[in-house]
Design a protein around this ligand. Structure first.
Ligand SMILES: Cc1cc2nc3c(=O)[nH]c(=O)nc-3n(C[C@H](O)[C@H](O)[C@H](O)COP(=O)(O)OP(=O)(O)OC[C@H]3O[C@@H](n4cnc5c(N)ncnc54)[C@H](O)[C@@H]3O)c2cc1C
Length: 507
C-alpha cells in the first residue's frame, strides 16, 4: 500500500488548527484522490457502516453519508435503549429549541437503509467490539465522553454532598445511570458551590435557582422537580481558577441567570473585572458588560455570584458531621505574567467557602471502548480522544501517523468534550465526507476489496446470545409516544422514563 506523506507545514494554518492527533509531526493518509494505482469504487458498491453512539455526531455523520451515498447501509449501535445522547441527557430542559435537531435525526433514522440498534453497548461485557469487525466495511466511533474528570482533592470521593455536574445534569434529565443520585437540596445552609465556569456550570446554577413553576413547563423529570420544589438552596457561587476574561461560559447563559425572577447577582468587585471594556473583542466586551451590569437589585430572595482566581485544594467536613461536606478550601491564584491571564499560579493565600453542596463542573472525559485498542485503534489517554486526522483514525508511528483502514471518529470522542451541537455537526460532516470520499476513491477499508459485509444481519446472531433485547426505531417510537402521553397528563411535553427497565417494559 502506498501512503502520501505530507508535512503539516505544507497545510494551511486553518487545517492545522482543526487537527487532533497523537503525533503532530507527519500524516500518512490512505486517501489518494486521482491516484491511478487505486481502482475507484462505484457509488452503488455495497457499503456497510457501523456507527457507535446515537448522539449528534453519529446522526449528523449518518445524514451526510446518506446524502452522498444513498445506497450505504448504516447500522447505529447505542448503549441505551433511547437515542440522541446529550441532546436528551445533557441539554438543559429549559432550552427546548436546542433539541429541534432531533427532527432531523428522526428523518435520518427512517431512511430505508438505516437500522437503529439501541440497548446495545459495544464493549466486552456486552457486544464485543470485535463482533463488528468482520461485518462492516467501516466503523465510526462517535460514542462521546461519558465519564467525569475529577479534581483528585482530599475529601472529594468520601464526603457526601459533592457531585459531578454530569451526574446532576443526568439526574434531572432522566439519565438512568443517575436516577438515584438524590442530591440533598434541603440542607439548612442553603448554599451550593459550582466549581468550573463553563456553560454546564451555569446550567447547574440556573436549574438550582429557577422557580419550580417555570421548570414544570419543561421536560425535566418529575422526580427532579419534586426534589427541587423542596430545595432550600438560596445562594449559588460559581467559582473559577482564572479571571473573568478566561471564563468559558457564554453571554446567553449569563443573561438567562441575570433575568431569572427573584434572583439577584452579587456584583463582581471592580478590581477583578475590566471596567473599561471598549478595547475588548466584541463577544468579551458584551459578556463583561453583562456581568458588570448585573441584576437590577441585589440581594433578592435567591442570589448567585461569580468568584474568580480561586483554585480548590480540599473538601472538608465539620467535627460535628464528619461524613458531610461543610466547606471547601480555595487557594487564591494570580495570573502568570506574559500569559494574558491564561495561566495562573497559587499565591499561598487560602480561604474557606462554607457550603454543604458542591458540584464539580470541570469537564467530561472519553475512554476507549473495551476491545478497541486490541483492534489497533490508538487512543490518546491524556487528551481523552481517539487519535485521528480530521476524523480518520490514525496510528502514530516514528515516521508519522498512518490511517487505520475503515476506522473513523467524530464528535466529542474525536476532539475532546468541548463544542456545541453546531460545531459537532460540522465535525460530523467532515467525517461523513471523508468516509464517502475514501470509499469512492477505492482505498483500503475493513476486509478485502469486493467482500460483501452483512452488517446487523450477521451481528444479530451474536447479539441474541448476550441476553439483551435490541431496541429498533419502531420501539423508540413506542417509548417516545408513551413518554409524550405521560407528559400530556401533567401538562408537559414529555415525561421521560428514568430507568432502562421502564423503557424496556414499553418495548
Ligand atoms: C450538560 C450539557 C449541556 C449542553 N447544552 C448544549 C446546548 O444547550 N446547546 C448546544 O448546542 N450544545 C450543548 N451541549 C453540547 C452537545 O451536547 C454536544 O456537542 C454533543 O452532544 C456531542 O455529541 P456526541 O455525539 O459527540 O456525544 P453524545 O451526545 O454524548 O453522544 C454519544 C452517544 O454514544 C453512546 N455511547 C457511549 N458509549 C457507547 C458504547 N460503548 N456503545 C454504544 N453507544 C455508546 C452514548 O450513550 C450517547 O448516546 C451540552 C453538553 C452538555 C454536557
Amino acid at each position: 500500500m502506498k501512503y502520501i506523506l505530507r508535512h503539516p507545514l505544507t497545510r494551511s494554518a486553518a487545517w492545522r488548527s482543526q487537527r487532533t492527533s497523537c503525533n503532530p509531526r507527519f500524516i500518512n493518509t490512505l486517501h489518494q484522490p486521482g491516484d491511478p494505482k487505486v481502482a475507484s469504487r462505484r457509488a452503488d458498491a455495497p457499503f456497510r457502516l457501523a456507527i457507535i453512539g446515537s448522539g449528534p455526531s453519529g446522526f449528523y455523520t449518518a445524514y451526510r453519508v446518506q446524502s452522498k451515498l444513498p445506497t450505504a447501509r448504516i447500522d447505529m449501535y447505542e448503549a441505551l435503549p433511547v437515542p440522541f445522547g446529550l441532546v436528551r441527557f445533557g441539554v438543559a430542559p429549559d432550552h427546548p429549541e436546542v433539541k429541534f435537531c432531533i427532527n432531523k435525526f428522526d428523518e435520518v433514522a427512517r431512511h430505508p437503509n438505516f437500522t437503529y440498534i439501541g440497548n446495545t453497548p459495544i464493549g466486552s461485557e456486552s457486544l464485543p467490539f470485535s463482533s463488528l469487525l468482520p461485518n462492516y466495511n467501516a466503523i465510526l466511533l462517535s460514542y462521546g465522553a461519558s465519564k467525569d474528570k475529577t479534581l483528585n482533592l482530599p475529601g472529594e470521593s468520601i464526603l457526601s454532598g459533592i457531585h459531578s455536574a454530569r451526574a446532576f445534569v443526568g439526574w434531572y434529565n432522566g439519565l438512568p445511570e443517575h436516577r438515584n443520585l438524590n442530591p440533598d437540596l434541603e440542607r439548612s445552609d442553603g448554599k451550593a458551590v459550582v466549581i468550573g465556569q463553563g456553560n454546564v456550570a451555569l446550567d447547574v446554577a440556573r436549574i438550582l435557582l429557577t422557580g419550580v413553576d417555570e421548570l414544570r413547563k419543561t421536560d425535566i423529570t418529575e422526580y427532579a422537580l419534586e426534589a427541587l420544589s423542596g430545595s432550600k438552596i438560596k445562594e449559588v457561587e460559581v467559582v473559577g481558577r482564572r479571571g473573568p476574561l478566561q471564563a468559558a461560559f457564554t453571554i446567553k447563559e449569563v443573561r438567562e441567570l441575570m433575568t431569572l425572577p427573584s434572583v439577584g447577582f452579587e456584583p463582581v468587585p471592580p478590581s477583578i473585572i475590566p471596567q473599561d471594556t471598549s478595547t475588548l473583542p466584541r463577544a468579551k466586551k458584551r459578556l463583561m458588560d453583562t456581568i458588570n451590569k448585573g441584576t437590577k437589585s441585589y440581594p433578592l430572595e435567591k442570589n448567585w455570584k461569580l468568584s474568580f482566581f480561586s483554585s480548590p485544594t480540599a473538601f472538608l467536613s465539620s467535627s460535628s458531621n464528619p461524613g458531610q461536606l461543610s466547606h471547601i478550601r480555595f487557594e487564591k491564584t494570580a495570573p502568570v505574567e506574559g500569559t494574558n491571564g491564561d495561566k495562573v499560579v497559587g499565591t499561598g493565600e487560602h480561604k474557606d467557602v462554607y457550603a454543604s453542596l458542591a458540584f464539580r463542573s470541570i469537564g467530561y472525559k472519553s475512554e476507549p471502548i473495551s476491545g478497541m485498542i486490541e483492534a489497533g485503534i490508538p487512543f490518546d489517554e491524556k487528551k481523552g480522544v481517539v487519535c485521528n486526522t480530521l476524523g480518520r483514525v490514525a496510528r502514530p508511528t516514528p515516521e508519522g501517523d498512518i490511517q487505520v483502514p475503515g476506522m473513523y471518529t467524530t464528535g466529542w470522542v474525536r476532539r475532546g468534550p468541548t463544542g456545541i451541537i453546531a460545531s459537532t455537526m460540522m465535525d460530523a460532516f467532515d467525517a461523513g465526507d471523508n468516509i464517502v470520499n475514501d470509499w469512492l476513491s477505492g482505498v483500503e477499508f475493513l476486509g478485502e476489496q469486493g467482500d460483501v459485509r452483512m452488517g446487523w444481519e450477521a451481528v444479530k446472531r451474536e447479539h441474541s446470545n448476550i441476553g439483551l433485547k435490541a431496541v429498533h426505531w419502531s420501539d423508540w417510537d413506542k417509548i417516545d409516544k408513551a413518554e409524550k402521553e405521560r407528559g400530556k397528563k401533567i401538562g408537559k411535553e414529555r415525561e421521560k422514563f428514568g430507568t432502562e427497565e421502564e423503557m424496556m417494559a414499553i418495548v
